[in-house]
Design a protein around this ligand. Structure first.
Ligand SMILES: [Zn+2]
Length: 348
């Protein structure tokens, strides 16, 4: 258990300091984004997921719709200016599932970032869009820098976001963070949903693993890009969690940081109640062996979104820059793709 915490120390203690428990926001605000050098990564467009390419017209429409929606939230950032968004898959209601790719796809240091898996938690979207804008500006300024690759998917659940009343779940009323094809899904997902969450509709795992196109989208990004680390941003539980391999050494980090994170982890256990069948931490971290950090922003209040970007900028860029010291942690999921294969077959 102790060694599971090594990457928690990376994300929490690298620049953010050890994080908070609900109602105790101890994460220091970073006064200025200029304090650290952002990663210098060139935007790329070489890699694509399997599937039919979504047209640039559809992506432009996605941009217009997104711009109109975030204006209602009081945000001024342009969601699409300059970013080479792309998509090959569509949501349940046919909206493009959009991502952008930066840097060298063959780089040893690769990071995959998801925001807005739960679409009633809007603050993470701001961070995802700002991050893509920042990486685009860096690419324009500095050109290619070898050794880094970043993939950002800022709106994993567009159907939940574009509804009049935003929803945690997708258009099929499935919780996309309970629907990934983990090995324990068939045995436990629905059983635990009933027993532990009283069949709460907000946490419905679906009728079968990877039944949703938005779930397959996440899985395909992971399986294709084989990131060395994954960051998924949610709100509003105000903590960070870590799932992943236990084979790195805590000795890399200052002792006092490790101790603080051990304390945090003990509190998290009490708060989060463990991990779940079909969750990203379970799929990416536990089963594929990819260090997976879940950042829960303190609130989902859109008025706080810009503050959170400034607050967490250092931590996110630190994570992007961090080279996972053990290579080849990715375990190809021989046991997992049954659902994925079924989904692909259904598409063909
Ligand atoms: Zn969430």
């Amino acid at each position: 258990m102790v060694t599971r915490l090594y990457l928690l120390t990376l994300a929490l203690c690298g620049n953010l300091a050890c994080a908070a428990v609900p109602s105790v926001p101890t994460i220091p605000v970073v006064p200025s984004a200029q304090q650290v050098s952002p990663p210098q990564i060139k935007q790329t467009s070489s890699s694509q997921l399997a599937g039919e390419e979504v047209s640039s017209i559809e992506i432009a429409e996605w941009c217009r719709n997104l711009e109109a929606e975030i204006k209602k939230l009081g945000w001024t950032l342009p969601p699409c200016g300059g970013v080479m968004w792309k998509a090959e898959k569509r949501s349940v209601l046919g909206r493009p599932l959009v991502y952008a790719e930066f840097g060298d796809p063959s780089a040893g240091n690769s990071t995959l970032i998801f925001t807005m898996v739960h679409s009633d938690e809007v603050t993470p979207l701001y961070l995802g869009l700002e991050l893509a804008q920042m990486l685009t500006r860096q690419a324009a300024l500095h050109g290619a820098v070898k050794g880094s690759h970043v993939v950002v998917a800022p709106l994993v659940n567009p159907d939940g976001f574009f509804r009049r009343t935003r929803t945690r779940t997708n258009a099929n009323k499935v919780d996309l963070n309970r629907n990934l094809a983990t090995g324990d899904w068939e045995r436990d997902a629905v059983r635990l949903w009933k027993a532990k969450f009283s069949s709460n509709q907000r946490r419905f795992p679906g009728h079968r693993p990877a039944s949703e196109p938005e779930t397959v989208f996440q899985q395909e990004l992971i399986l294709r890009f084989k990131p060395q680390k994954i960051l998924s941003i949610h709100a509003p539980l105000n903590f960070m969690d870590y799932d992943g391999p236990a084979n790195l050494k805590l000795a890399r980090f200052p002792k006092e940081y490790v101790q603080e994170c051990l304390k945090l982890r003990a509190r998290l256990k009490a708060v989060s109640g463990g991990f779940f069948p079909g969750s990203l931490g379970n799929f990416g971290g536990q089963e594929l062996g990819i260090p997976t950090v879940t950042l829960e922003l303190p609130t989902a209040n859109p008025k706080n979104a810009k503050k959170y970007w400034q607050q967490f900028f250092n931590g996110i860029t630190t994570m992007i820059d961090f080279v996972v010291p053990v290579q080849s942690t990715f375990r190809h999921p021989a046991v997992l793709p049954a659902a994925l294969t079924a989904e692909k077959s259904a598409e063909n």
